[in-house]
Write a protein that binds this ligand. Structure first.
Ligand code: ADP
Ligand code: MG
Length: 271
């Protein structure tokens, strides 16, 4: 096999990131192979977003290395960084759509990395891009909403638009930062199921942050637990129980009297 197919898609070594006196990530090692579906689980403030942001070069390490798709992310600038980012889809807790634009235009902005010049409305996109955008909207079940303003959709629908937008890049990696944290249980379940389905169809490698143990176990192939910026567990979900996960968090948290916070947050039912 060639190097490209054997090399991990995500390879983080000894990643430390500090902000002033705050250590957001501490000596994180993480290797993820092609097609793996991994959850990074942790309380708020444990470093999940910071970790994800290093993977597409939105943050630079204080020390350690971050390789994604064979590229040393922190060393890339300009066009090579944009090229790498175009291979990495990103979805956010707050969807980050342009509220006043149509659903279709929002999806089309996902192709911006690969087109030049400013975009001034639908007419400025080429027909093949529009057709692809409509296909992706169909895929996420929102074809009939294409010409509606984005802000007229529910939260769950907006997140599905954001997924369609990410698909415009034909990404190889999908990073999702608490994608269902602001959704109700039914929409959460729909969005998570959709991400898995698409990931399987497209052979995507997925790293998704969550703070609910139950959802993480039922959804991911593997869970990486962060606490105060350190990896405290890295286990396949197969056969893994909530009790085992909590036991590990409990062991590290009791010493600091943090256990109640851990239980409250990680065992929170999916809203
Ligand atoms: N840009 C920043 N400036 C200062 N502190 C930050 C910054 N980004 C994150 N942090 C701190 O790093 C820690 C981890 O934050 P974050 O990665 O957002 O955690 P999570 O996503 O798990 O809630 C927190 O203590 C947070 O306050
Ligand atoms: Mg976060």
């Amino acid at each position: 096999m060639s190097k490209a197919t054997t090399e991990p898609v995500i390879d983080v070594r000894g990643l430390t990131r500090t902000y002033g006196t705050t250590t957001a990530l501490q000596d994180v090692d993480l290797t993820i192979g092609r097609g793996e579906i991994v959850v990074v689980l942790g309380l708020s403030g444990s470093g999940k977003s910071t970790l994800l942001r290093h993977l597409n070069g939105l943050e630079t390490p204080t020390s350690g290395s971050v390789r994604v798709l064979g590229e040393d992310v922190a060393r890339l600038r300009g066009a090579p960084l944009r090229a790498l980012r175009s291979r990495i889809g990103f979805i956010f807790q707050q969807f980050e759509l342009v509220p006043s634009l149509s659903v279709l235009e929002n999806v089309l902005t996902g192709s911006l990395a690969s087109v030049r010049g400013p975009r001034l409305g639908l007419f400025s996109y080429r027909r093949p891009a529009k057709l692809r955008a409509l296909c992706h909207l169909d895929r996420v079940g929102l074809l009939d909403r294409a010409y509606q303003r984005a802000d007229t959709l529910s939260g769950g629908q907006q997140q599905r638009v954001a997924i369609a937008r990410a698909l415009m890049q034909n990404p190889e990696v999908l990073l999702a930062d608490e994608p269902v944290a602001s959704l109700d249980p039914e929409s959460s379940a729909q969005v998570m199921a959709l991400v898995r389905e698409i990931a399987a169809d497209e052979g995507l490698t997925v790293l998704c942050s969550l703070h609910q143990v139950d959802l993480a176990i039922s959804w991911a192939d593997r869970i990486v637990g962060l606490r105060h910026g350190e990896v405290v567990l890295d286990l396949p979900t197969d056969g893994l129980t909530k009790e085992q996960v909590m036991e590990i968090y409990g062991r590290v948290a009791t010493s600091t009297g943090e256990l109640t916070a851990v239980a409250n947050e990680l065992l929170e039912p999916v809203r």
